[in-house]
Design a binder for this molecule. Sequence first.
Ligand code: FES
Length: 156
Amino acid sequence: MSLTLGCPRRQVLGGLLGAACVGLGCGRRGEELVESAAPACGPTPSPGEPGWWEIPLSDHPELLEVGGQAAVSKPEAFLELLVAQPSEGCYLALWRICSHGSCDVAWEDEAQAAVCPCHGSMFDEDGAVLVGPATEPLRSFPVGRVGDSLWVYREV
Ligand code: FES
C-alpha cells in the first residue's frame, strides 16, 4: 500500500471546505494504484448548508460514468457549469463559458483539459489556462457526490 500527498490543487482547495484529501490518498496517480478507504476527491459536501447546490444525477446520468460530462445550469445560483467525472469518483465543476468569448467549453479526456471549440483555448481541471488565446482562467467550483446527487458550492 502506498499513499500519495500529490492531490490536485482543486482537491486541496476543496479540503479547505471540509474534505480531508491530504494523507487519505486520491485514487490513481499515473500508473501507481493508490489504496484508500474511499475516494477522497474534492470536498465533502454539506447538503442543506448555505452555498451548496444540488445536481441530481438522475438529471444528468452521463455523470455516472467515468469520463462523463454534462452542461449544468443552476439559474437559482447563477451557475452555468461544465461538470465532468475525469476519474473514478472525482468530479470537476468549471464555469462553462470560455473566458475568451462566449463559446461553451467541453472536457476532453485525452487532453485532460476543458477545450473551447471556437479558437482552441484549453484549461486544466482547476480552470487555469493551458493554451490561449484565452488569458483568463475559468472559475472552478468545489463539487462532490453524496448519494445520488452531486453538490456544488457557490457562496450565497
Ligand atoms: S471563445 Fe474560446 S478560445 Fe475564443
